[in-house]
Design a protein around this ligand. Structure first.
Ligand SMILES: Nc1ncnc2c1ncn2[C@@H]1O[C@H](COP(=O)(O)OP(=O)(O)OP(=O)(O)O)[C@@H](O)[C@H]1O
Length: 628
């Protein structure tokens, strides 16, 4: 469960998230028409940066402003040390105090301008990166709506979600800081060097002596801190995963009285995270003092050599002051680049995972745009259909049957027999490997998925409701439906009476999990939603499983009206509900082992007969127990 959480990034996280792995991660080599998992391309930092740049480039006007301001800000930074040297040589040493005050005031104005530029620059950059990320988030979310179900099946949902949240967040952190930083660093390094060389060649060489030392120290600490941050991320992932599991499994934790054990387990993980966090902070905390030491070493060298040169009149105190400041300016970007390295790495890794998601095949990619399907009569035929969710394990084996227009087809059989799989194929949630499925003689692969699904109405086992009002939830079936139509559908689904009893009626707000409704009530809502959608073909997957017998009778009546004239597929465990079906398909191990009407199958005294009589006896003895 926590696998996805292991991808979680800490804000200060150094290394990129672990490469995608796990079942389906690499995709399945597939024959034509089969799902081929998302292609994982080899890591290509250059391509990732270029693509990220293409997103940024859409804001080129803002980028240009930022670039101009950065150049201006950097130039101000470059002139300041020169002015300091001038202050010493031209005003301080000759005791020209009025001139010194004038220069200081000028410098003050200069610094103020620098701060103002920095502020405007970060304001523009924030807006720019914000809009870029908005576009990126939009693209990712849009992609989620188009990905085939296999992608969601083959990896933890949290792992996909973390691409839309953590990974984009990483890109965001970095975009904001590094774009300006990189440009500033570049200008500052080149500009400082030029100014230093103009002032004094020997002192410039002396100040450069410490740079290799600084570079070595920084890269060593950076690589150590990357490992430490990665460890911290993993522990954070484990902690997040554990919290997520225990929150969603609260009922089970409480029912089995595992609160104390759970807290103990949490303490262990929490302790590990704490230790990893301390280690990461200690290692990364070494960067600052080490840099200070090397900076000061450079300072000492320049002061010593510069002092000796000034003593021999080979240079002036003002030049030494300027050079000391330029040397600090030169070291700072190198230092900062080292610090930014982690952030950049993390952003590139994040961007790579986001782009990898954006590059996945959508389920509509290979669609032929066929002419609109005529109004559907509802003849559904399965011709020798074979299918497996993965290439290695076939589930359905050569399933064939014919549903005539308006027929009620019941799918029965033991759990895992493949009943839901059959309807999954009809809706083209998954594409078949062999055989053909036709609706009114047209192969469903020739019908656009959107169009096909508009003809099908589903009431699923999982009665899913969205956060929003009851009215909105029912209207999900047909967005343009009027309030009256919504209420009429609810009446037909027998949901109207319980909705009206709620304090806010149809305007009652539901939570995403629908926890303020019972499971049965949620199911009634989803039935109303399907009734409103008014589909030509109906799929009812255990639709009445959570409804009491009395409500079930009402629903059966409503459904009978609804099913009239529509081909309907009903998956039911309670065989009493499908006695009137036109065709009962008995599935076992992915094959149809018997088919016929209730009467025919009872007369055959086979699998169905045994299933039915055992259920019938059970319910008979249960009701005898109740009355007795
Ligand atoms: N998304 C999936 N990915 C991989 N395997 C799956 C997936 N969905 C179902 N299966 C497998 O396919 C087989 C058939 O499942 P299916 O849901 O069709 O059975 P069912 O007859 O509807 O069962 P039940 O009555 O319990 O709902 C099972 O072995 C199941 O493990």
């Amino acid at each position: 469960m926590s696998a996805h959480a292991n991808q979680t990034q800490s804000p200060g996280g150094a290394a990129g998230p672990p490469a995608l792995s796990g079942p389906g991660g690499q995709g399945t080599p597939g024959a034509a028409g089969r799902f081929v998992g998302p292609k994982v391309k080899p890591r290509n930092t250059y391509a990732t940066v270029r693509r990220l740049w293409s997103y940024l480039y859409r804001q080129r006007a803002g980028l240009l402003i930022v670039a101009l301001l950065t150049v201006l800000g950097s130039v101000i930074g470059l002139v300041s040390p020169y002015l300091m040297g001038k202050a010493v040589d031209d005003y301080l040493i000759p005791h020209d105090y009025p001139g010194l005050v004038q220069l200081c005031l000028f410098m003050l104005g200069f610094y103020l301008l620098g701060s103002l530029i920095a502020w405007v620059q970060s304001f523009v950059m924030n807006g720019l990166s914000g809009r870029t990320l908005q576009t990126l988030r939009h693209d990712v979310f849009e992609k989620f709506q188009q990905l085939p179900l296999q992608v969601f099946d083959s990896r933890p949902h949290g792992e996909l979600m973390s691409r839309a949240t953590n990974d984009i967040e990483n890109v965001s952190n970095s975009l904001n800081q590094t774009v300006i930083q990189l440009l500033t660093s570049l200008i500052t390094i080149v500009g400082s060097l030029v100014m230093m060389l103009r002032l004094n060649l020997i002192l410039t060489v002396v100040s450069l002596l410490c740079i290799p030392l600084m570079w070595m120290a920084t890269s060593k600490i950076t690589s150590l801190s990357r490992i430490a941050f990665k460890e911290q991320q993993q522990e954070l992932g484990a902690l997040n995963g554990f919290i997520e599991e225990t929150v969603s499994g609260q009922k089970v934790v409480k029912a089995f009285r595992r609160e104390a054990v759970t807290v103990q387990q949490f303490q262990d993980i929490n302790g590990k995270l704490n230790r990893a966090g301390i280690k990461a902070q200690i290692v990364s905390g070494m960067v600052g003092p080490t840099m200070n030491f090397v900076n000061n070493l450079s300072f000492a060298l320049i002061s010593a050599v510069g002092g000796w040169m000034a003593f021999h009149d080979w240079t002036t105190i003002g030049v030494i002051v300027s050079l000391l400041n330029y040397s600090r300016q030169l070291n700072r970007p190198i230092n900062e680049l080292a610090n930014q390295y982690n952030l950049i790495q993390s952003a590139i890794a994040g961007a790579e995972r986001v782009f990898e998601l954006l590059d996945m095949d959508t389920e509509y990619r290979k669609e032929q745009t066929t002419p609109a399907v005529r109004s559907v009569q509802g003849e559904v035929v399965f011709h020798d259909v074979s299918f497996g969710y993965s290439a290695e394990s076939p589930i359905l084996k050569q399933v064939s049957f014919t549903a005539k227009p308006g027929d009620q087809i019941a799918l029965v059989g033991p759990t895992g027999a493949g009943k839901t799989t059959i309807v999954n194929l009809l809706t083209r949630f998954y594409d078949i490997h062999a055989g053909a499925i036709t609706i009114d003689g047209v192969n469903i692969t020739q019908i656009e998925k959107n169009r096909l699904r508009s003809k099908l109405g589903m009431v699923l086992q999982d009665a899913y409701v969205f956060s929003g009002s009851i009215r909105e939830n029912i209207r999900y079936g047909r967005l343009e439906a009027t309030d009256e139509e919504v209420e009429a559908a609810a009446k037909l689904a027998n949901a109207d009476s319980f909705i009206k009893r709620l304090p806010h009626g149809y305007d009652t707000i539901l939570t995403a999990e629908g926890s303020n409704l019972s499971h049965g009530q949620r199911q009634l809502l989803t039935i109303a939603r399907t009734i409103l959608a008014d589909p030509e073909i109906l799929i009812l997957d255990e639709a009445t499983s959570s409804i009491d017998t009395r409500t079930e009778m009402h629903i059966q009546d409503a459904m009978k009206t609804l099913m009239k004239g529509r081909t309907s597929f009903i998956i039911a465990h309670r065989l009493s509900t499908i006695r009137d079906a036109d065709l009962i398909l008995v599935l076992s191990g992915g094959q149809i082992i018997e088919q016929g009407t209730h009467r025919q199958l009872l007369a055959a005294q086979g699998f169905y007969y045994n299933l039915y009589t055992s259920q019938f006896q059970k319910s008979a003895s249960a009701s005898a127990g109740e009355t007795g």
